[in-house]
Design a protein around this ligand. Structure first.
Ligand SMILES: C[S@@+](CC[C@H](N)C(=O)[O-])C[C@H]1O[C@@H](n2cnc3c(N)ncnc32)[C@H](O)[C@@H]1O
Length: 341
């Protein structure tokens, strides 16, 4: 089946999940065709990325690239890569005009043809991007571990893969994996979340963090019957490329009472009052939060792209055992603790 616009879809997979942040919504004064051909399942648009370089995997008609171009500003740059010529031509057609409308002297948007498993062949060098984003694309790749390895390669040290995709609560049987309609709906290629975590760690991304998650609804009765009890989710993951060995398997305690603690400076535009690192870390401006070694590393000076926005107290000189994050794990809806993992 050929999709002409997102209205042709039979599930909510390619249009699901979190709405873009309000700042991003304001930026989306885009040509209708770019918006109509958007097939994303989330809002992988990090804030605080002024001046940064961003790569969008499977950029499609370019909606997220356009939004990112506005977020990085005239000193930043955005590259979208996609294998489909038709999508690329839609994305390219409006880029110059859009950059002019942002008041830029030079267009900071570039779209290249290529495969996300073979970024090098598309001319994308190692250690070149601060952020890699992607929206509902990795599920379509026949070689997901290779995509993760490629992303790790092209990210700068301290950079991040911040992306939304479709996941499943189990490994899908062959008849589902090979179902043409379910493939086009971004369902058939959905990874079992535990397999994804294994692949991410193997590629070098220790401690994958979930930022947001939303269930995907399958409305079509025939497709529902094929899928049985399998449950699907649109998840936005955050994977940091930090120095080897720095992200540990478990949450470790380096003296959270007096040493490793984090204070958000409130310096990210659009998130002046608090910063949400993931689904269990909301840092209020100015307030000290006690964290494990991994979380501190994701925000630390000389280690992470987020460092300018955080103050870290303490270091790793003394280890006090495992950080008791499970005892103190509060979802944001009933967030009550200063002790975080
Ligand atoms: C569901 S659409 C999402 C497009 C876009 N990210 C958006 O949010 O609108 C998937 C896109 O990924 C591209 N794609 C799928 N597999 C790819 C691969 N292996 N390499 C490059 N692009 C790929 C397709 O051409 C298509 O444009």
């Amino acid at each position: 089946m050929v999709l002409h616009t997102s209205k042709d879809l039979k599930t909510s997979a390619c249009t699901a999940s979190g709405r873009p942040h309000p700042v991003v919504v304001m930026l989306l004064f885009l040509p209708e065709i770019v918006r109509e051909k958007f097939y994303g399942c989330g809002a992988p648009l990090p804030l605080g990325i002024e001046g940064r370089s961003v790569l969008d995997l499977g950029s499609g008609s370019g909606r997220d690239c356009y939004a990112a171009a506005a977020l990085v500003g005239p000193t930043g740059s955005v590259v979208g890569i996609d294998m489909t010529a038709e999508q690329l031509s839609v994305a390219r057609a409006h880029a110059e005009q859009y950059c002019k409308s942002l008041g830029y002297d030079r267009c900071n948007l570039n779209f290249v043809e290529g495969y996300i498993e073979r970024l090098e062949e598309a001319g994308i060098q190692a250690n070149t991007f601060d952020l890699v984003i992607s929206n509902c694309v990795v599920n379509l790749s026949p070689d997901k571990p290779r995509v993760l390895r490629e992303v790790y390669r092209v990210l700068k040290p301290g950079g991040e893969f911040y992306f939304s995709d479709v996941y499943c609560d189990r490994r899908l049987p062959k008849n589902v994996q090979e179902h043409e309609v379910l493939w086009g709906e971004c369902i058939a290629g959905a990874l079992y979340t535990n397999d994804f975590i294994r692949y991410a760690r193997a590629a070098g991304f220790g401690d994958p963090r979930i930022l947001s998650s939303a269930p995907i609804e399958v409305h079509d009765p025939e497709l529902k019957a094929i899928l049985g009890e399998a449950k699907f989710f649109s998840i936005t993951y955050r994977l940091f490329k930090l120095p080897e060995g720095m992200l540990e398997t478990l949450c470790e305690d380096y003296g959270q009472a007096s040493a490793q603690a984090v204070r958000y400076k409130g310096t990210i535009k659009g998130m002046e009052h608090s910063y949400m690192l993931d689904d269990h870390h909301l840092f209020e401006k100015g307030k000290l939060s006690l964290v494990c070694g991994n979380t501190a590393a994701m925000l630390e000076n000389g280690v992470s792209w987020l460092a300018p926005h955080f103050e870290i107290l303490g270091d790793r000189s003394v280890h006090y055992g495992e950080f008791p994050c499970k005892l103190n794990f509060y979802k944001l809806s009933n967030f009550q603790s200063d002790l975080l993992c």
